[in-house]
Write a new protein. Structure first.
Length: 687
């Protein structure tokens, strides 16, 4: 006998063999006969034969392994919307029960899936929980209605350390992504988006595989909590989570006509469940010392930069009259008196001062060194993070990891942050944060994983710097940091260090090509790192087009616009005066909106064309940024109106290049000629 009911536009069919939940876009078929499930979209995409898995006592148990099942259905009404949740309890004597939950939302193209292990009075311990496993050797498969196209899969890096890149791989092949991924057809853009919606406990891995050399064959997919390895910066296994009930990450799976919209929807779903850290101000404009001076930072450079940028402010280089002058590393080479005088100097110029700190990293060599702010109670040897045998973890980026949960570290955090506040700083760049997320044995026994420790340490920093506590907004910028969790920073550097050469521009834009969706969702702004117009401390001088391409890339990134030159150089001053008075370009930066890649087929490279659609004065306005990454050869780019996302049946439009002011009428496509290393920023009026 079957039971057919509807709730919130969702049809629920219950039969002895299983339950089907259908919202008209996606159908979840839950099989009570074998413990598997299918996700079937109306557009033809399918995940079939999926199962949940949990590692228990060294053995991986699957929902298919359990002989007894019972299901319950309930209404869902949460931050993601109204819908229906089905929970299937898988039971077997002698084992913890596995409860898999599926939620389908009204008119949504995505489903959420989560698995829990329940001990029924006995403690459960596990470091691997996978709510979605659809692998070939387990009887599962993923099929995307591709129209004959070869598919790509995105590797999203866990963090932005060591100049890691986003990468897309043509399938067949295999790739592991972290926290989010997409499988899509580049030409049609249709695809599947998978990712984690919870970031309180687990590092989530997403494994995608298609048989090597066999295009068009089904794809294997697994999403699991418990990822740990070289790319998560771990040297030991993921920590075991323990309790009467242990839950996996909540996994998002959705099918979209445009994978770009799917990644944006995934980011917004995260933000609905855990809002981004609110920022009351606009896009930060200003300067950071690292690329100008690195370890040669001194008082004179800092105050002279403040004085120079003050001369640019009347010509438009500011946002709401605010400009930040920020110390990076090696501010400790100044005395406390110099620091306080430097802040006073900046404030007298009508600007705000910024500082730098690495909260989870010890850069010294003497473990007997007393930890600041602890009155001699702790040495660094006491607060360093260790493995489960008690050995200090290996260095990462030349520094040792500090245990975020140790009371000595909490005292150290209060000591430094209270000084920053007392000295008058209004911006802090937090760097090398990944050290706080590595797996280890933590002082607090309730903290079992690196992500739990990271959440604890970052929450302390966020709360200590909250406006309601210190009496003023203080911008928190995350530099080298895990992508998730995100709710502790107003902005995050989208890539690792990027300076002024065209290779730096391409590298940073690789992160924008596959990570634009973070901006104004997970973080208020992406940070494209220091915008070097002429020369950084460690590189040759940039060519004219090379420097302006770097500025253009920063403007479109969503974007914290911090300059990075030593303006005691005449050429650096000249370029700043020439380029930073372009009000149309600066106004784009002030929008704080990221441009979106037009194409997603650049492998480990960057897209060459990015677009932003907006509305100005009752006219449909679009902007397009076009780049030539070649150091020697000029090129001409041809981009169809349709590919840019301009209105259907548009035959021609008025076009203006914002750097040169050149205007023309484009018909059917944009034809953009670029010299070597040149970028152009196009304004298109379409109505």
């Amino acid at each position: 006998m079957s039971n057919d009911v509807r709730y919130a536009g969702i049809r629920i069919v219950t039969e002895p063999e299983g339950i089907t939940v259908d919202n008209g876009i996606v159908q979840v078929v839950i099989r009570l006969t074998d413990g598997a499930y299918d996700l079937i979209w109306r557009n033809g995409d399918r995940i079939e034969g999926a199962q949940g898995q949990v590692k228990l006592g060294g053995t991986t148990r699957s929902t298919k392994d359990y002989p007894h099942r019972k299901a319950s259905v309930e209404e869902a009404n949460d931050a993601l919307g109204r819908g229906t949740t089905v929970t299937v309890l898988h039971e077997e004597a002698g084992y913890p029960a596995l409860a898999e939950r599926y939620t389908v939302y009204e008119l949504a193209p995505f489903v959420t899936v989560r698995i829990a292990a329940i001990g029924s009075g006995a403690e459960v311990r596990t470091n691997y929980m996978a709510p979605l496993v659809a692998l070939h050797d387990k009887g599962g498969s993923v099929r995307i209605a591709r129209g004959g196209e070869q598919l790509r899969a995105i590797r999203v890096p866990f963090d932005n350390d060591k100049w890691v890149r986003y990468e897309t791989m043509l399938l067949p092949g295999a790739i592991e992504s972290y926290e989010a991924s997409a499988i899509y057809a580049p030409e049609s853009r249709r695809g599947l988006v998978i990712g984690s919606l919870t970031h309180d406990t687990w590092k989530t891995g997403i494994c995608i595989a298609a048989d090597a050399g066999v295009a068009g064959e089904p794809i294997g997919l697994a999403a699991y909590g418990g990822a740990a390895g070289e790319l998560t910066r771990d040297t030991i296994l993921h920590g075991e989570v323990a309790g009467d009930k242990v839950e996996s990450p909540l996994v998002f799976v959705g099918s979209y006509a445009d994978y770009r919209h799917g990644l944006e929807a995934f980011a917004q779903a995260n933000a609905k469940l855990e809002p981004a850290l609110a920022w009351p101000g606009g896009v930060p404009f200003g300067w950071n010392s690292w690329s100008a001076a690195a370890d040669k930072l001194d008082y004179e450079l800092y105050v002279s930069t403040s004085d120079f940028l003050r001369t640019l402010q009347p010509f438009g280089f500011h946002n709401d009259s605010i400009v930040y002058i920020n110390f990076d590393s090696f501010w400790t080479s100044l005395t406390e008196a110099q620091l306080q005088d430097a802040v006073a100097h900046v404030q007298a110029n009508g600007q705000k001062a910024g500082i730098y700190w690495t909260p989870f990293t010890f850069w010294g060599y003497d473990a007997e060194q007393i930890v600041e702010g602890t009155d001699g109670a702790y040495t660094y040897g006491d607060i360093l993070l260790r493995d489960r045998e008690g050995q200090v973890l290996p260095s990462l980026d030349g520094g040792l990891s500090i245990d975020p949960t140790h009371p000595g570290n909490l005292l150290r955090t209060e000591y430094h942050l209270s000084r920053f506040v007392a000295w008058g700083f209004e911006y802090v760049k937090l760097d090398f944060l990944g050290h706080g997320a590595v797996e280890g044995e933590h002082y607090d026994p309730a903290i079992r994983t690196g992500i739990q420790a990271y959440n604890l340490g970052m929450a302390v920093i966020r709360d200590r710097l909250a406006q309601e506590r210190i009496g003023r907004p203080l911008h928190i910028n995350l530099s080298i940091a895990p992508l998730f969790p995100y709710q502790y920073g107003h902005s995050r550097r989208i890539s690792c260090d990027a300076f002024g050469l065209i290779g730096d521009t391409e590298y940073m834009l690789n992160s924008l090509t596959y990570g634009w969706w973070m901006s104004d969702a997970l973080y208020r702004y992406n940070d494209p790192d220091h915008t070097v117009l002429y020369k950084s401390f460690n590189q040759e001088a940039t060519a004219y087009h090379e420097g302006r391409s770097r500025l253009t890339a920063s403007v479109i990134a969503g974007t914290v616009l911090l300059l990075g030159d030593d303006y005691r150089s005449e050429e650096a001053r000249k370029r700043a005066k020439a380029w930073l008075g372009n009000e149309e370009v600066l106004q784009l930066a002030r929008l704080g909106r990221t441009f979106v890649p037009v194409e997603g087929d650049s492998a480990a490279g960057a897209a060459e064309v990015f677009a932003l659609h907006s509305v100005e004065e009752d006219a449909r306005i679009s902007y397009v940024a076009v780049f030539n990454y070649d150091r020697e050869r000029e090129t001409t780019k041809k981009i169809s109106f349709d590919r840019l996302g301009l209105p259907d049946k548009l035959e021609s439009c008025r076009v203006r290049e914002l750097w040169s002011g050149e205007e023309w009428i484009a018909t059917g496509e944009l034809r953009i000629s670029l010299e070597a290393m040149e970028a152009k920023l196009i304004r298109i009026e379409v109505g």
